[in-house]
Design a protein around this ligand. Structure first.
Ligand code: MG
Length: 403
C-alpha cells in the first residue's frame, strides 16, 4: 500500500497570531522579535520580505531595510496557547501525528483513501483549523515526509498541494537545491560552487558521486532529491518528559538543596537543547524525612533556556518546602515536550545570549558535560548529565549516593 503523509505548516505563525489579536496589523509589514538594540527577528510578514527581511536577521538591520514595518516584541505564552489549540484539533482528527515544531505537523493518513480520500480529508482538516482558530495554514500531501514538506513550501501562503504517487521526482526536479530539507546555507554554497543548482541535477547524479563529495550527508540529500527518503513519523506524546532526582541523607541545608536543584535544571535544559526540544511544563518533587512526598507543577511558554527554567524550579521548590522537616529527596521533571530549536528565549534574547548558549553547549558536547557550569552549581558537581535524552534510552536515574 502506498503511504500518504500530510505536512501542515502554519503560515508566518507569530505574525498571524499578532494579527488575530490586533486586526489593524493585517496586511501591514510586521516583524516580531527582540526589540532591544541587539535583538533578532523571530518572524516577519510576507510584506517585509520584498525588502530583504528574513527571520534570524539582526533587528537593527531589518529596521533599516524596512523602516515602515511595525515591530512587536512577541509573547511566547500567546503562541504556545495558539499552537496547543491547533494541536487539539489535529489530535481529535487523526490517529497518528507528529508535532515537529511549534507550528508544524505531520500526519500519517495511509489507508484512509479507501474510506474517504486523503486529499479531501486534508482539505477539511485545514479548513477546520482556519475556521476554529483563525490562523492561516498550508499543507502538502504526498507519499513521504520530505516531499510533503517541500510541497507545503511551494503551496504557501495559505494554500495546499498534493503530489501524486510516482510524481515526486518530476515535482522536485525544477526546484532549487536549497528547498531540500537538509541543505543548509553551507551545503547550498558548496553545491552551487559545483554548478549544482536544481534538484534535477542531483537526481541525475549517481549516489556514489554525492557520497564522495558530501559523505553521509550527501546520501541523505540524494535520497531526498529522489523522493526516496522516508523518515518515520515520531508520534506526539504530550506526557513525554525527562526528569532527574537526588536522594540525600536527610538535610535542611538550603544552600545545598538550591545548588542541587539548579544543577538538575541546568542539566535538563541542556538535554532539551541537545535533543532539539522545547518544554512547556516544569514540576518539582520533594520527599520529607517521614517519606511523605509532594510535587508541584507549572505551565510555562515553550522554552529550553536555563535562565527561564532554573528560576521556575527554585520558585516551585520554595512554594513546596513548607514543613519544618528534613528533606531526603528532591527531583525535577520537565514535560509537554515538542521538537524545535527556536532561539533560546524568543524575544528577550540578544545575539550575545544566543552566542553564550551556543558556546557553552559546544564546549559540553566536545569536552564533556561538566566542563562548563554555572558558578551556583559548583557544589553539585556529581549531578549526572545526559548527553542526549531523546535517543530512545530510558532516563537516567541517579544512584542514592549518600546512602
Ligand atoms: Mg510555519
Amino acid at each position: 500500500m502506498n503511504s500518504s503523509i500530510l505536512h501542515l505548516d502554519l503560515d508566518t505563525f507569530f505574525v498571524s497570531c499578532e494579527r488575530l489579536i490586533d486586526s489593524r496589523l493585517a496586511k501591514r509589514p510586521l516583524m516580531v522579535g527582540g526589540t532591544g538594540n541587539r535583538g533578532v527577528v523571530s518572524a516577519c510578514s510576507y510584506e517585509t520580505r520584498k525588502f530583504g527581511v528574513r527571520s534570524g536577521m539582526a533587528m537593527k538591520l531589518a529596521k533599516q531595510l524596512c523602516p515602515e514595518a511595525v515591530v512587536i516584541k512577541g509573547n511566547a505564552g500567546t503562541y504556545t496557547k495558539y499552537s496547543q489549540a491547533v494541536t487539539e484539533i489535529i489530535k481529535e482528527s487523526v490517529p497518528v501525528f507528529e508535532k515537529s515544531s511549534i507550528d508544524e505537523f505531520y500526519a500519517d493518513l495511509t489507508g484512509m483513501d479507501k474510506f474517504f480520500g486523503c486529499y479531501k480529508f486534508s482539505t477539511e482538516l485545514r479548513n477546520k483549523i482556519i475556521r476554529e482558530t483563525g490562523l492561516p495554514i498550508s499543507f502538502g500531501l504526498s507519499s513521504n515526509k520530505v516531499t510533503s514538506k517541500v510541497a507545503t513550501g511551494e503551496a504557501k501562503p495559505n494554500n495546499q498541494m498534493q503530489i501524486d504517487f510516482g510524481l515526486e521526482k518530476p515535482f522536485l526536479a525544477p526546484l532549487s537545491v536549497k528547498k531540500i530539507p537538509a541543505v543548509g546555507s553551507k551545503t547550498y554554497e558548496s553545491l552551487r560552487s559545483l554548478g549544482i543548482l536544481k534538484v534535477k541535477t542531483i537526481q541525475e547524479m549517481p549516489l556514489e558521486m554525492m557520497t564522495s563529495a558530501f559523505g553521509k550527508h550527501g546520501q541523505v540529500i540524494w535520497k531526498r532529491a529522489n523522493g526516496l527518503d522516508r523518515p518515520p513519523l515520531i508520534p506526539f506524546h504530550e506526557r513525554k518528559s525527562i526528569s532527574t532526582e537526588r536522594t540525600f541523607w536527610n538535610t535542611s541545608d538550603m544552600v545545598k538543596l538550591r545548588t542541587n536543584l539548579t544543577a538538575m535544571a541546568e542539566n535538563l535544559a541542556y538535554s532539551l537543547r541537545n535533543g532539539n526540544k522545547l518544554a512547556a511544563c516544569i514540576s518539582v518533587k520533594i520527599r520529607y524525612a517521614d517519606f511523605s512526598t509532594y510535587s508541584k507543577q507549572a505551565k510555562i511558554p515553550y522554552t529550553n533556556a536555563d535562565h527561564i527554567i532554573i528560576p521556575k524550579v527554585l520558585e516551585l521548590f520554595e512554594q513546596l518546602y513548607n514543613r519544618r522537616l528534613l528533606l531526603r529527596l528532591v527531583g525535577v521533571r520537565i514535560s509537554d515536550l515538542v521538537s524545535g530549536n527556536y532561539q533560546i528565549d524568543l524575544f528577550d534574547d540578544t545575539e550575545e545570549m544566543l552566542n553564550l548558549y551556543n558556546a557553552m553547549d559546544h564546549i559540553r558536547t566536545r569536552f564533556g558535560e561538566k566542563k562548563v557550569m554555572r558558578a551556583s552549581c559548583m557544589g553539585a558537581r556529581s549531578i549526572g548529565r545526559f548527553y542526549n535524552a531523546f535517543n530512545g534510552e530510558p532516563p537516567m536515574v541517579l544512584a542514592h549516593r549518600t546512602q
